[in-house]
Write a protein that binds this ligand. Structure first.
Ligand SMILES: Cc1cc2nc3c(=O)[nH]c(=O)nc-3n(C[C@H](O)[C@H](O)[C@H](O)COP(=O)(O)OP(=O)(O)OC[C@H]3O[C@@H](n4cnc5c(N)ncnc54)[C@H](O)[C@@H]3O)c2cc1C
Length: 388
């Protein structure tokens, strides 16, 4: 296990960053992890966890100072996501979704928009990102939600599906098509919807396999009126904003998946050292050692790739689509693989709820589906090598 501790040492965190990470680890161990099984069982939203994270100021580390934030490096944000997700994947995705929804506002919004809206998040509000629709999943360009200009307002009609934080968000970044632009891709636009807007409706919350403490909402917009001042960029700039946003949210969901992978790896190896059969520990069987070796190696390599992609983004590189896809693909496949092996190494006990192995396996599955399914990522990566 020292290999992962050494990897962290070579990240060269500053003293301030180490202090923050120590605080996050403490809250994860003392508050978040002990409550995870209960939130999973009851499907209850982990408000206590969110309050504890906000008390540490984690809701401000991606917000510029001018708008109420206390910004830190992107790599530090990713490390926080990983630590939180290792303790409770549901809390991890609620926290990360704040970033996914609000980062495009930070990157593409005007000073006026950021000045007006970002303090809501800095003061503890939650964000959401609404792209998916019943008939527009992997192909987001098929979305049907309409934005119609009416004086100094935009009228939204349509609906979204599977929206994380959709019922609890104070600010929601919504993608839709601008009325009057014929090109289906060129019409995609983005705006911020504020909590309490008349015509916004939560239709239902999904009953899910995993991440049961996080809420996943089907929502509807019925003549929802939003100030035109909430439009990000110009009409038709949505796709550019979406691609820019995905480059930063994909490393974030990869960090979340790596949190699950680490939790599963730790539980698995701890149990393998403890459990004895045929007179020896199950980690002493060579076949099992080969399996652990492969998983540990892939985990260490994927962590390094996360650092590499984070470094590119911190350096201001914007063309990181392939690297981010590779990271999301590998981290999520690994989370699923290690979670399955964790159950397997626990034998029959792994199939029962006394251990968290079965929860980790349920939590891991969605990481291969959201933020672009892994088939889509394989396609994007493979296609990039095709000669034009
Ligand atoms: C718990 C949860 C939380 C979510 N949170 C959010 C959120 O906060 N905001 C948001 O906007 N969305 C969210 N989503 C939606 C998620 O991103 C989509 O479910 C995902 O993009 C897949 O879309 P789909 O479900 O419509 O599947 P489909 O696109 O219908 O795909 C079905 C199958 O077909 C395959 N497929 C589709 N196209 C291709 C292709 N070109 N090549 C090969 N195979 C293909 C897919 O890989 C998949 O296996 C969430 C979903 C869940 C379940």
């Amino acid at each position: 296990m020292r290999v992962f501790e050494r990897l962290d040492q070579y990240r060269h965190w500053t003293a301030e960053e180490r202090l923050i990470l120590d605080q996050v680890r403490r809250v994860a161990a003392e508050i978040i992890a002990p409550a995870a099984a209960g939130h999973d069982k009851e499907s209850s939203f982990p408000w206590d966890n969110i309050r504890a994270l906000n008390q540490l100021g984690l809701n401000t580390i991606f917000i510029p100072e001018a708008y109420g934030g206390a910004p830190m490096r992107y790599r530090l944000y990713l490390a926080c996501v990983q630590i939180i997700s290792e303790a409770c994947a549901a809390t991890g995705i609620i926290y990360a979704t704040n970033f996914h929804g609000m980062k495009p506002l930070i990157d593409f919004g005007t000073h006026e928009q950021k000045f007006r809206l970002l303090p809501i998040i800095a003061n503890g509000g939650l964000g959401a990102l609404a792209i998916t629709e019943p008939e527009a999943g992997s192909d987001a360009t098929g979305m049907k939600t309409r934005f119609r200009e009416d004086g100094d307002q935009i009228v939204i009609d349509g609906g979204k599906l599977f929206i994380t934080n959709g019922d609890v968000a104070d600010l929601m970044l919504v993608f839709g098509k601008w009325d009057g632009i014929a090109d289906p891709k060129g019409a995609i636009s983005a705006l911020i919807l504020e909590r309490g807007t008349p015509g916004f409706q939560v239709l239902r919350l999904e009953d899910k396999m995993g991440h049961r403490g996080s809420s996943t909402a089907a929502i509807a917009f019925e003549s929802c009126r939003v100030p035109r001042a909430n439009l990000l960029g110009e009409p038709g700039e949505g796709l550019r904003i979406l691609f820019g946003a995905l480059n930063k949210s994909r490393p974030s969901v990869a960090a979340h998946a790596l949190g699950i992978a680490h939790a599963a790896f730790t539980d698995m190896t701890t149990y393998m050292n403890d459990r004895r059969q045929s007179g020896q520990r199950i980690i002493d069987f060579q076949g099992n050692q080969f399996s652990v070796a492969d998983m540990a190696t892939d985990l260490a390599m994927t962590e390094q790739w996360l650092d590499y992609v984070a470094g590119m983004i911190e350096a201001g590189e914007t063309d990181v689509g392939q690297e981010a896809s590779m990271l999301k693909l590998r981290a999520s496949d690994l989370a699923m693989r290690i979670a399955i092996e964790c159950v397997q190494m626990h034998g029959g006990y792994g199939y029962c709820t006394d251990h968290r192995a079965e929860r980790l396996m349920r939590d891991a599955k969605i990481t291969q589906i959201w933020e672009g399914t892994n088939q889509v990522h394989r396609q994007l990566i493979g296609r990039s090598f095709a000669a034009r």
